[in-house]
Design a protein around this ligand. Structure first.
Ligand code: ARG
Length: 398
């Protein structure tokens, strides 16, 4: 699972977060489809020796690439590739369960209406009545001279933003761009609560982007309440249960799947220390601190820190009470170190990006803080598609 990253504003400005600017980045992929296919198929046959004759498969793929400039993965190759892309996600602390990712192979679909239907099905399967299932749905790939479909929405579930940040007045400021785009495309708008569910914005192959409302029963949400205090329930705070990233490109062996939404489950801090707390998101800390009677006129009362802890308690408490899967940063940090050990036993090094792995709350109280990581980027991988950031901000390229 991913953290929300160091500074969302970097991304909004279209520049990589500071940590990435410092780290070695892989250049643009120069390898040919054939080179990448070979690398991937060798990895697959090495790790899955029961998959049959690797050399025979390589010859087949080579012939197909010579003819069409690309090739089709078998369903097993696709599932392996998607799982390893998760395993290779250096920003994700939740990779211990990478093998359990369920893969929906819907590569035959490339039109927006069918994709919308299947994104809804994805959300229902993933939510699973609260026992969240890690899941990916893979739609049609890019082909030479024939780009595949695109999902403009950053995640399958997002809350509308109708204006600048702060205090629940205008929803989630992160999503003002895509909200404005949905409205321009004809979405009538929501009921103007702080948590209006946005429609999906999808672009089928060769089509213009269109909006599709999500049926309310496809979106599992948790109403937040604090274990002792009343403010959470009073203010109507809530968050959705399934974090499903929708606009990253799944890259496997030289084939790009630009529409492949995937989800894990939340870690509490993503909601309590970022989404509801960041000053350019819901910015709730001053309000909470005031309710707690803290002195917000000076940093040194540590009002932000104290409000943060209470907000994060409320998130974990509410998900637990609702029977919805969520992890906390202490547990997940330990699991991540278990993951590193396990992978090492299998002869594999785990790449990681420290600035994303260390939780945004109580960093140094977790064991992931006190070490360094190898930041080599490996393939298969989830990569940011060119233009994805602009599309998620609703910027219609001219
Ligand atoms: N941080 C993002 C959010 O708060 C979700 C990223 C993916 N997270 C996950 N646990 N799989 O919505």
């Amino acid at each position: 699972m991913y953290g929300t990253g160091p500074n969302p504003r970097d991304e909004a400005r279209g520049r990589p977060p500071a940590a990435l600017r410092r780290c070695p980045r892989p250049g643009p992929r120069t390898g040919s489809v054939w080179q990448e296919a070979q690398e991937f198929l060798r990895l697959y046959h090495r790790e899955e020796p029961r998959a049959g004759d690797g050399e025979k498969r390589l010859a087949e793929v080579r012939a197909e690439i010579e003819e069409r400039g690309t090739y089709r993965h078998t369903p097993d190759e696709l599932a392996f590739g998607a799982r390893v892309a998760w395993r290779n996600s250096n920003r994700c602390i939740g990779r211990l369960y990478w093998r359990a990712l369920q893969v929906r192979d819907l590569r035959q679909l490339d039109d927006a209406a069918s994709m919308a239907r299947e994104c809804v099905a994805h959300l229902r399967l993933a939510a699973n009545g609260g026992r969240i299932r890690p899941l990916i749905t893979v739609f049609a790939p890019d082909e030479p001279g024939r780009p595949g479909p695109r999902i403009w929405s950053e995640q399958l579930v997002r809350y509308a933003g109708y204006g600048p940040g702060g205090s629940l007045a205008h929803g989630d400021p992160r999503n003002t761009g895509i909200t404005a785009l949905a409205l321009r495309l004809g979405w009538p708008g929501g009921p103007r609560t702080p948590f209006d569910i946005l429609p999906l914005v999808l672009q089928g192959r060769g089509e213009e982007p269109r909006w599709f409302a999500l049926p309310p029963d496809a979106v599992l949400e948790v109403a937040l309440e604090h274990p002792e205090a009343g403010w959470c329930a009073e203010w109507g705070l809530r968050w959705h249960a399934v974090p499903a990233i929708a606009n990253m490109c799944l890259e496997i062996g030289g084939v790009r799947y630009p529409a492949a939404p995937f989800n894990g489950w939340y870690m509490g801090t993503e909601i309590g220390a970022r989404n509801l707390a960041d000053t350019d998101r819901y910015d709730l800390l001053p309000r909470i601190a005031e309710r707690l009677g803290l002195d917000i006129s000076t940093d040194r009362s540590l009002w932000k820190d104290r409000a943060l802890v209470e907000l994060n308690r409320a998130v974990l408490h509410s998900f637990d009470r609702a029977g919805v899967t969520i992890t906390d940063h202490h547990t997940e940090s330990r699991r991540f170190l278990t993951h590193i050990d396990r992978e090492r036993c299998r002869g594999r090094e785990v790449g990681a990006d420290w600035s994303w792995i260390v939780p945004p709350l109580s960093g140094a109280t977790t064991p992931v803080f006190h070490r360094t990581y190898d930041s080599t980027e490996r393939r298969p991988a989830f990569v940011h598609s060119p233009g994805a950031g602009a599309r998620a901000r609703g910027e219609y390229p001219g």
